[in-house]
Design a protein around this ligand. Structure first.
Ligand code: ADP
Ligand code: MG
Length: 239
């Protein structure tokens, strides 16, 4: 509607794609469980940032997204909040195999994975939401053991995940949301083929692809992974 257009232009939110829901103006306007709202508040997030205002409802609507916004704009929570929400809901599905993760986040580095997992734990506190790291420099056996106990979210680097996959040690076919953070950086590090290999182990997940800058290569990757992708960018077009 005109109102949505006005709001987006005020917030410098640019959207390409059909049926993308309007931005939310507060976290409480989503039907989140009380625990999740409390965790968001406890994290010090009073109001959603513009990228969160648009990406959160779009992700909750089930759309695959290609999102770009400048560093420091709150992109992490914009994919983690939908992930926590979805995992906490699905956890109760009668036929769900508790041993299989429901969401996966890939990032280019161990340090970034640690930060993302940290924030995921804060947002998922008190909810049926367990996380595991799959990164180098940590005992692989311990990481694997944790996963085999049953976790909702895996946060990892492409290289380490491929190690586990090729050994047939984890089953990723229940993953419903696949988020890729700092994809431009992953491409620079030459992780493109590994990311695609991991994607092929999944069963048509919703894809949330994040990048500071968007190249043709990145657009090609996301359109090879999902149909009907919505493109969200915040701020000045950056490509
Ligand atoms: P990006 O990934 O876009 O570079 P981050 O997700 O790392 O940004 O967030 C940058 C900082 O902003 C972090 O310290 C984070 O805790 C904080 N932050 C994120 N969302 C909000 C919010 N809604 N309100 C206040 N601070 C926020
Ligand atoms: Mg980030």
């Amino acid at each position: 509607s005109d109102q949505t257009e006005l709001l987006r232009s005020r917030l410098e939110i640019h959207v390409k794609g059909d049926l993308v829901p309007p931005p939310i103006l507060s976290f409480s306007s989503c039907n989140f469980p009380q625990k999740l709202l409390q965790n968001i508040e406890a994290a010090g997030f009073e109001m959603p940032t513009p990228v969160q205002m648009q990406a959160i409802p779009a992700a909750l609507s089930g759309k695959s997204l290609l999102v770009s916004a400048e560093t420091g704009s709150g992109k992490t929570a914009s994919f983690l909040v939908p992930i926590v929400y979805l995992c906490a809901n699905f956890r109760f599905e009668q036929f769900r195999d508790r041993k299989k993760p429901l969401a996966m986040v890939l990032t280019p580095t161990r340090e970034l994975c640690i930060q993302v997992e940290e924030q995921a734990k804060l947002l998922g506190k008190g909810l049926p939401f367990k996380t595991a790291l799959v990164v180098g420099g940590d005992a692989m056996a311990r990481q694997l053991h944790r996963i085999q106990q049953g976790v909702e979210l895996i946060v990892g680097t492409p290289g380490r995940l491929i190690d586990l996959l090729t050994k047939n040690d984890i089953q990723l076919d229940d993953v419903k949301i696949f988020a890729l953070d700092e994809v431009d950086c992953m491409f620079q590090r030459g992780f493109r083929d590994q990311v695609m290999q991991i994607f092929r182990a999944l069963s048509q997940p919703q894809v949330l692809l994040y990048s500071a800058t968007v190249s043709q290569d990145i657009e090609n990757m996301v359109s090879s992974m999902a149909k009907d992708v919505a493109v969200v960018s915040v701020g000045k077009p950056n490509r």
